[in-house]
Design a protein. Structure first.
Length: 134
């Protein structure tokens, strides 16, 4: 018989958006679980671990969310229907528009998200390095 629990008391999409902004602004390692739980709607530790498993698992989900949203500014670079000049121009113009917006932190989560990690978080650094390489 499937185990049932109480219904989730937070909006997962809003929680991911909030975690994205926090990780983007601070990076992976400096962001504490307390900060995450607070910005995600003061969710309980039990709810956090039930929904995301761990801080690293949440960060991996945040990176995928970032790539599917903000990271799409780079999509013209892979569009084979565009000339290289047009692809680069579209990516740069889109990036400039995004960076000029006041609705999110500056820079790129994939570049800065693990720039200040210790060796114990090598898996997080490797995740972002692989995305930059791609």
């Amino acid at each position: 018989m499937a185990r049932t629990g109480r219904p989730r008391e937070f909006d997962r999409d809003k929680a991911i958006d909030a975690a994205t902004a926090l990780f983007w602004a601070q990076g992976y390692e400096p962001t504490s679980l307390t900060q995450l739980k607070s910005c995600m709607g003061n969710i309980s530790p039990a709810s956090f671990y039930a929904a995301f498993g761990s801080k690293e698992a949440l960060f991996r989900e945040v990176v995928q969310h970032y790539l599917a949203t903000y990271g799409q500014v780079m999509a013209p670079l892979w569009d084979e229907n565009l000339t290289p000049r047009d692809a680069i121009e579209r990516a740069l113009r889109g990036s400039a528009r995004m960076q000029a917006s006041r609705t999110h932190p500056c820079g790129c989560l994939v570049v800065s998200g693990a720039s200040n990690c210790s060796p114990e978080n090598e898996a997080v650094q490797a995740l972002l390095a692989a995305e930059r390489q791609r």
